[in-house]
Design a protein around this ligand. Sequence first.
Ligand code: ADP
Ligand code: MG
Ligand code: ZN
Length: 498
Amino acid sequence: MTYEPVIGLEVHIELQTQSKMFCACPVVDSVSAPPNTAVCPICAGHPGTLPVVNRQAVEYALRVAMALECSINPVSVFARKNYFYPDIPKGYQISQYEQPLAVNGRIVIETAEGEKAIRIRRVHLEEDTGKLTHVSADFAADGETDKRTTGESEKGYSLLDLNRAGVPLLEIVTEPDFHSAEEVRSYAERLRALVRYLGVNSGDLEKGVMRIEPNISVRKRGASELGTKVEIKNLNSFRALERGVAYEIKRHIAILEAGGKVAQETVGWDEARQATFSQRSKEDAHDYRYFPEPDLPPLVVSPDWQEAVREQLPELPWQVYRRFVDQYGLTRAEAWGLAAERAAAQYFDAVLQATTAGIRTVYAWVMGELLSLLNAAGRNFDLSPVPARELAALLNLIADGKVNQTTAKAVLAEMFKSGQSAASIVTEQGLSQVSDVDLIARLVSETLTENPAEVTSYRAGKVTVANWLFGQVMRKAGGRANPQLVRAELERQLACSG
Ligand code: ADP
Ligand code: MG
Ligand code: ZN
């Protein structure tokens, strides 16, 4: 019997606006900001305070919803989702329930069989919760190891940071359209690239600003009913996502094979054991006693506002990807490697526009030489000390035969360090390529005279010696000689003399 995995995703994305969703507190970095320094009576849930909707958050949400081809509801409604937990000081979370901001979108992902559309069920606005850190009795006692547990032990305690409480949160829910861990990963990667392109989120999964929760079930192939689903919470990397999904698929199949039933529950991912563990049995929507938020009017998005947001959408990551594959002829991996990072894609386009060098050459320099310099310096393309037009100028010097490849690499390293232009480095350091045929002929002939043994062994049939001799000539020329000319001249002299 074969089984078909079915997966739907819920993704939470913090909207990195200036201020929080319903108050004026700043949105601060959850890792570096000292705890409880961005808190006011509104986000701390004091009674008698009134929330006010953050217009920027709605605008960010609209960007994402539009890029996902959703229909925007002209009127959406905030609701209270009631539950008690210490990280939710009001005792409820303001969310959108029956009338979300946007519905019925789609996103195209890459699968082993090619591209495939995933349906987006809904995109809605809500607020994030505070952050609880549970410290176990062991840790509390010896203070040595960071053993965080569920806080059930006697001497353990929990720390509460409300900096994150009330940060605007966007929830994006798909239909159960995925059938493998790879498809899920492709979606997550495209979504991450999108929110970064749109400037609404940094995409730092490990900081928890983008949280992915897959719902996984398995059914007999050909069946029309969905199997019982299990939801994995708190995945903070693409790898954990892929592995967690694969783990659950396997686990479900094993249960079904043994004639058992999968229990509907919420599980966590244990990175150390590379396995999921049960957290709680699943609650139903009615447990939350949703009702419309009485302190907020319905959210109205006028056609003008929609239009204004739509006009400002940038070229989207998958559009850039398509262009790079279709127009530039890059491989899919190369194209996505560039397109996933807006700064990289823009840099690449800018170099290409300003140089006579071909696409392969530009690709090799941008994603090879320059990228390794950037990586070593811990910088991104948008902060490259060598602007795109300067790299283009260097590539033009190569194309025009003014410098050779080897020299150009050294020049780029110098440009990166000093910020000088390629032309001025070449002039100042006398690095321009030697294409003087008489000079090259003399260097070749000197080299052959100085290395009679190698010349003899070449003539005896050991042709690879030519490469060594080539290296000697290039060294004599200080690495600046035109390599094509040197090769040709070397071959000529080796063939004729003697
Ligand atoms: P809940 O109310 O439990 O969160 P929803 O019906 O709202 O469940 O769905 C949440 C997510 O789970 C959606 O992405 C949906 O596509 C997905 N999903 C729902 N049922 C299944 C199932 N049986 N198998 C896999 N995914 C599912
Ligand atoms: Mg759910
Ligand atoms: Zn506040």
